[in-house]
Design a protein around this ligand. Sequence first.
Ligand code: PLP
Length: 417
Amino acid sequence: MSGFSRDASGRAVLAGTPLSELVESSGVGTPAYVYDLGAIANEARLMVEALSNPRHLVAYAVKANTAGSIVRRIAQTGAGADVVSRGELEVALGAGIRPDRIVMASVAKADHEIDAAIEAGIRAIHVESIEEIDRVAARAEASGKVAPISLRMNPGIDIDAHSHVATGHREAKFGIPLTELGAAWERADRKRSVKVVGLGAHVGSTLKSVDVYVASARSVCQVARDRLKSGKTLEFVDFGGGFQIDYGAGPVPRPAEFVAAARQLAEREGLGSMAIVVEPGRSLVGPHGVLVASVVQEKRTPTRRWAFLDAAMNDLIRPALYGARHRIEPIDRAPSEPSFYVAGPVCESADEFGEHPLGDPLPSRVVIRDAGAYGFTMASSYNGRPLPAEIFAEDGVVKHVSASPGRDAWVKARLQA
Ligand code: PLP
């Protein structure tokens, strides 16, 4: 049994075992992220199967969760990686992902990052501007190599999502505008030290509709077809990631539905023999990780009942950054009224997680659901709070624990600064 559920007595269960038991047996306190490795691997496997041909590539967007235990498990399913920094590249390689299954994005890669990508021999460097074509070409020339690049286009598509996760509209910093693509091809084709192997787009995250993904994919396919018609070659089209998960607002299309629709579109567009790359992050790990926190104190005011946790915006910043809502529930009994406003101890009014049915009396521990993606990777030590612990479970047992670096390490590092 895998994934989040509740047992007959109402206790929250992950990876087949009550969460409170997993936390107890791990020997770490709260706040702690807990992940179900089996459910994550299963999610990745379904994605790989949805593409159904080994020439295609599921490039896991490592930024969603960089934990080695998770990246290694995803790699075992045949998935590759989409990385956005040298650090992520080194994690992907260290986790056993073959370089030819890695793509690298980012609008402003440092020279040492471009060099590392060329040296490793990755599948493609996604270039996001004409200026970047020159930079990659110069770095490749200096090392006497030919760098495989793929053009990330900006199709000018608005999505129904928080503005911070919309990346494919005309004002976004990402990708090459459609109007500049002709010049970009020309520039790239003139350079002997780069080879254009791909074309792609990623219009943003938390996509709730297959249609918008297909609209972006259609734009990519049309440009790819024109490129092929002009007698040039192209090895792959990359449709990006961005599939929303159910944070409690109701069901959304399954990730495989997005991918199947894009694959069918590519076939209809006459690109059936071309490799397809997709870049899912959130959908592989988000639903299969939770943040367990302890209730520190209750506070009643004339207008609100508060429940204060030992987890805060430094541990999970999505609510403060995107206005995101994560379900927060008692760990050892089902959610019930009354509801409490839940907040952490950080000195920011943004350190609030919304109103949740925690019941009276307050439970000693709560579970913050669907926190497997963009949780730990965005955590910080703000307010002198050490990073949270991470617990990796599978088939009911804890496989690995990554302890919090702790307060003493933080104090020492700051005093040495
Ligand atoms: N690809 C690129 C280029 C991205 O910027 C992102 C997310 O920011 C992703 C893929 C993954 O998006 P998601 O985690 O929503 O699937």
